[in-house]
Design a protein. Sequence first.
Lengths: 625, 341
Amino acid sequence: MASGTHHATEQLDQVIVRFAGDSGDGMQLTGDRFTTSSALMGNDMSTFPDFPAEIRAPAGTLNGVSAFQVHISDHDILTPGDSPNALVAMNPAALKANIDLMAKGTILIVNSDSFEERNLAKAGYAENPLTDGTLGAYTVYEVPMTSITQEVCKEAGVKPRDAERSKNFFALGLVSWLYTRPVDPTLKWINERFSSKPQVAEANTRAFRAGFDFGETAELFESNYEVRPATFEPGEYVQVTGNSALAWGLIAGTRLAGLPLFLGSYPITPASDILHELSRRKEFGIRTFQAEDEIAGIGAALGASFGGSLGVTTTSGPGLDLKSETLGLAINLELPLVVVDVQRGGPSTGLPTKTEQADLLHAMYGRHGEAPLPIIAPQTPSDCFAIAIEAIRIAVKYRTPVIVLSDGYLANGAEPWRLPDLDALETIEPGFASEPNHVDEEGNPSFWPYIRDPQTLARPWAPPGLPGLEHRIGGLEKSDGSGNVSYEGVNHERMVHLRRDKIAGIAADIPLLEVNDETGDAQLLLVSWGSTYAAVAAGVKRIRARGMKAAHAHFRYLNPMPTNTGEVMGRYAQILVPEINLGQLSRILRAEFLVDAKSMSKMQGNPFRVGEIESAITEMLGGKS
Amino acid sequence: MTTTAIPVTTRKDWSSDQEVRWCPGCGDYSILAAVQMLMPELGVRRESTVFLSGIGCAARFPYYMNTYGMHSIHGRAPAIATGLATTRPDLDVWVITGDGDSLSIGGNHLIHALRRNVRVNILMFNNQIYGLTKGQYSPTSEVAKVTKSTPFGSLDTPFNPVSLALGAEASFVARTHDMDRAHMQETFRRAHEHNGAAFVEVLQNCNVFNDGAFEKITGKEVRSNMLIPLVHGHPIVFGVEGEERGVAQRADGGLEIVTVGETGPAGLLVHDEKRDDPGLAFALSRLARGPYEPTPIGVFRAVERPEYGAQMSEQIVQAQEKRGLGDVAALLRSGSSWTVE
Ligand SMILES: Cc1ncc(C[n+]2csc(CCOP(=O)(O)OP(=O)(O)O)c2C)c(N)n1
Ligand code: SF4
Ligand SMILES: [Mg+2]
């Protein structure tokens, strides 16, 4: 890189950068590369990709703005951060859509080439904000990114139109300089990724270098910044998104169980990446099946489980609606099945690319009849790995469908993950039936598919293939034991109770609810589940730093809940449950434990900000926020 | 799996201990008998045989077979069968379904299982009525049918199941009927031999809600003049001796029924179930406008096409040859990793 003006380098303990541009500007890629080089430097980080449902809304419009926020730090962080320190805006619409997130005094880096009449009009600016004085409170850097990129690419023989597409790499180069990120990983990545298109690789490389050099030489910037590596526990780390971790967890979990993995799925945002990831990994013996619809996806998965594979189906809210009837069948058949619901904004098509937690009550109660099943939820992107394994363990041990409630934020968000010791993971015993378990009236050995294990209440799993174990199962009510069709009232009630007790009994097989109550005398308990973990944990930390007290309990198991839940809830005078829904967990806690669990609700398509949690706690504790 | 010789069995071995609960006189009984009696002849094992079904009278079938079985939910059996058949190529998977189950609520699953060519034998009992729900019209009921749900007559144009299956890219399509055990068994045997999705329409009498729906073509006295047996490699002829009729192709390409005595045998269409182009099979499926005109039965189409589950397995084998058996530790490091000391 060219060495130019000497700049001072300031130390920061953390920084939040937001990249924003048109959907076609490659902002997700830019943010992702910045994240990777930060992770490789040893920073802790957390990301929040925030993109529209349209693949390419009309260029230059507010609807088409796609953003990627990344939080990097030299210490342990949990969230992608509330308010960015720097915004990269590739066009006027990107500026307009994000300026409200920016506090006074923060940095705006704008592509000044795009601030011309047409784009300003499309973004709804009557005046150019770069010249009308409205941005006076910010440190604004106007950089002609498009023209410089075109200039440096011209020498490589790239046409101006094509060169223009590399301007996101210019922005990446500039921000990499501003935060002293290493350049080599990105250059190496460009060469690998575009190896089949050398011209594109060349253009991107030139644009990236030009951006970096611009920061170094343009004398626009007084200083650049450095965020030192965080102290991590020793180990090997990777950067992982929730969807990848979930796919990998399914692979690892089926390995632990020695079961072939069958995925039946129908594409739907934000769950499709799990289907994509598993489809790439055929060497693990995985069968992936893109079904004709979600009903066929779960149906095929259930058929595979009947045959002795582990059937998995992945979807989002609208798909979960379609799977309801088959879930009821799976509950009656008592076969292992894993259903992953990556929640998004609803009802109906709702907000396909935005996060929400509003499927909890659907997962709990969204089937006709008394149809209980276990529900678990990952708390961070990397936790999706462990949660997938846990779902498989429960499904196999208890012969039941299990719903995993992930969400759009966890699915696409990334964080560093210390790789687990695979050898330390516990194996899962499929425990297939191997012999007759009954004697018929004539004294011959026979097989009864609904004789239960006295401890788990699980029934035998007997895939076709073994002589003497032939049996028929189905959606009609079963006679306790024999599994033959029975319409008898008392038997039905017994079966309803058995199915309920089997699921309720899983509570004895999961960890107790942990409470983080530093001093043990907090009056207020914060309750989180799923992805609200991060904002709540960070909010509680902040409150404590201000000398106040709050306890925190997080649910990874939503059904059944840990056995000490009632006792924990009863211990606190006040309970606050922040959720990205209208209060679904708080409703369950109120109903089950008769406690005054207050709901804190937000449904704007993004996670809670730490500041919001902090204010809510402060208010409940009677202080000023 | 065991490698011992396949034991000799009888119908009794293939019958479960469950009481059969169809209405007395229902056509389903004779289909069940045909299947139970055929199984010992197929050289297959009970423990490797699975009967799957959806919901309907027809769908009770698996309870009566002493094999593995699943009575699932309305219309979804082809989807469930897809998961089972692709993961367990060692099994013989049969789907038993009704006209409502497979052509109404489950229409989507049926056409996709057929086009994918999953190795399942789909026996569709067509009684042109919803039996189990007590007699509403079905997607195969004739127009203007008066039922409880259509007191003024139904408006919907019916599906022709054989045409539908051919249009859905099925590699094996056949039709048989509940009055002829030998024909059913021969047709089911052919379906079983087929490596891929086999679709068999079985004309079935629901004597309670749609009695005599096929009487005009399957009745003992009329049968030989009203059913057109399709025999591969043979001219298509039917009718009692001396009054034979046959199927011929008109100059415009369409099919017509001719009297052999008038045209002579030379102009008759020779049935070719292996024809790649399903056009003629489709035309044959449309020869009768309903079960009151001469209707072809037998195998309309039986062509070789790669089987879905085998191809799925092949992709796994190829991936493993190229990349070795998947290693979870390496998978977790497939992006960039870094080490903190
Ligand atoms: C989801 C759902 N909808 C409706 C029903 C009610 N139902 C049961 S069987 C049936 C129709 C069956 O007709 P068909 O498939 O022709 O079978 P048949 O009884 O004639 O053999 C209906 C509508 C059901 N069981 N499930
Ligand atoms: S209702 Fe019709 S199809 Fe159903 S069992 Fe009775 S006769 Fe058979
Ligand atoms: Mg019917």
